[in-house]
Design a protein around this ligand. Structure first.
Ligand SMILES: Cc1ncc(COP(=O)(O)O)c(C=O)c1O
Length: 438
């Protein structure tokens, strides 16, 4: 069954792989149901198109007078405007291109002139980098309200330069009230960084309206899987810090014993940049801006609610939450199935049903420990997800609980695999797998 929202979004934003068929262990193929958008999302058609258009002009950026170089440079630099428009950046905020969110956060961590306050619910990318220079960890409470109270207490007790928070949890999709947190940080004399890796693929963000100082996200989670990420943020710290990498492109003048560094963004973009990745990211920003935000939200809400309701009806399914009072969440649902190892469930969904989910601890070990779990399953929804996909996932899980798997599975080196594995992979596909081409 397909909902109105499915049709609307599918027409606006087609993704590559929406007609992909995958092999099953029991034989035959089935259309792939991708519930792993939160890990890496497929490319939007508009992104693939932009990259194909640019490829013939691919050449050095900032380093050549040839026509192709001029086009590549122009494309790279105007991509900053696409990002600025997408996040509604303020005039004093610069767009620095990076490899991904992890890279962006490590870059910023090297620029912060003081302590960073961070919650223990964060993805490792928004947790580990701050340890380098005065990380103060606040333990999240059972409610958002109480958690905010703890953040306020920490920020008031001792000055901090930065409050680092996640816009949307990569485990549960839960959202924090960013405008309120920005207000609190500023009242306490701190700035705010939002890890928007899971937020911007689902929701529009206005840095200006929310008064967010720094925002980081990844192209590959934003339907632009070509290796670029971004840090948008206030210029002064970025200009004052040492260059992220020392090298060509980041300098104005170099002597044998000296270097005069360029201001941001060039200061932190040494080396030949990833112009195709950046163009892809900009294309995704443009394409998402062109989609009506309400339509996208309605599509996601309808599917997420359908998934949650379906899971709740399965005996032994338990949906994870960080906070009992969180008001909203993006299309990410984490759950456990009583009596089943998450890894085995994920292997079954893949092998017998052609469904892709994520299992494990989602690069959020402290959060999973707080929830008393050493693993769970995560189903994440994106622009290519349909209600038929959701029903397939729910039915497959219900069948597993009712009858168990039809195949056998074994755990080797920490990973569950079907035994025997009959699906073709690179090693033995004889050309059937894309990895085996050539
Ligand atoms: C909330 C969050 N932050 C940061 C990251 C790190 O993103 P990347 O691996 O693209 O650097 C992820 C990746 O899953 C994430 O979900």
């Amino acid at each position: 069954m397909t909902t109105f929202a499915d049709n609307t979004c599918a027409a606006l934003a087609r993704v590559s792989g929406d007609d992909l068929r995958v092999p099953l262990v029991q034989g035959g193929t089935v259309s792939y149901a991708n519930f792993d958008y939160a890990a890496s999302a497929p490319a939007l058609a508009a992104v693939t198109e932009r990259v194909s258009q640019l490829l013939p002009y691919y050449a050095s950026v900032h380093r050549g007078a040839g026509y192709a170089s001029r086009i590549s440079t122009e494309c790279y630099e105007t991509s900053r405007d696409s990002v600025r428009r997408f996040v509604d950046a303020a005039d004093d905020q610069v767009v620095v291109f990076t490899r991904n969110t992890t890279d962006s956060l490590n870059l910023l961590a090297a620029c912060v002139p003081g302590d960073t306050v961070v919650l223990d619910t964060e993805h490792h990318a928004n947790f580990l980098p701050w340890a380098r220079n005065g990380r103060r960890v606040v333990t999240a409470a059972a409610t958002v309200e109480e958690t905010i109270g703890r953040l306020v207490a920490e920020l008031c007790a001792k000055p901090a330069a930065l409050l680092a928070v996640t816009g949307a949890s990569n485990v549960t999709g839960e959202l924090l009230p960013l405008d309120r947190l920005a207000h609190i940080a500023h009242l306490c004399g701190a700035r705010i960084l939002v890890d928007a890796a899971q937020l911007v693929p689902h929701r529009r963000v206005s840095l200006r309206e929310c008064a967010i100082d720094y925002l980081a996200f990844s192209g590959h989670k934003l339907y632009a899987p070509f290796g670029a990420g971004v840090l948008v943020g206030r210029r002064d710290w970025l200009d004052a810090a040492d260059p992220y990498l020392a090298g060509g492109g980041a300098v104005v003048e170099v002597g044998v014993d000296s270097a005069r560094w360029a201001p941001a963004p060039q200061r932190h973009e040494a080396g030949s940049p990833n112009v195709l990745g950046v163009a892809a990211l900009a294309a995704a920003c443009d394409a998402l801006r062109a989609i009506d935000a309400e339509t996208q939200l309605a599509h996601e809400r309808a599917l997420t609610e359908r998934l949650r309701a379906g899971l709740r009806a399965i005996p032994g399914a338990d949906l994870l939450r960080i906070w009992s009072d969180s008001a909203d969440a993006v299309g990410i649902v984490a759950f456990t199935l009583d009596g089943f190892d998450p890894g085995q469930v994920a292997a079954y969904l893949s092998a017998e049903c052609g469904i892709g989910v994520r299992d494990g601890r989602f690069c959020a070990h402290p959060l999973l420990a707080r929830l008393g779990l050493d693993g769970a399953l995560r189903a994440s929804i994106g622009l290519g997800t349909t209600s038929a996909d959701v029903d397939r996932l729910v039915d497959a899980l219900a069948t597993l609980v009712r009858t168990g798997p039809s195949w056998t599975y074994a755990r080797t080196d920490g990973h569950w695999n079907p035994t025997p594995e009959t699906r073709p992979f690179a090693a033995d596909a004889a050309g059937a797998s894309p990895c085996a081409l050539g």
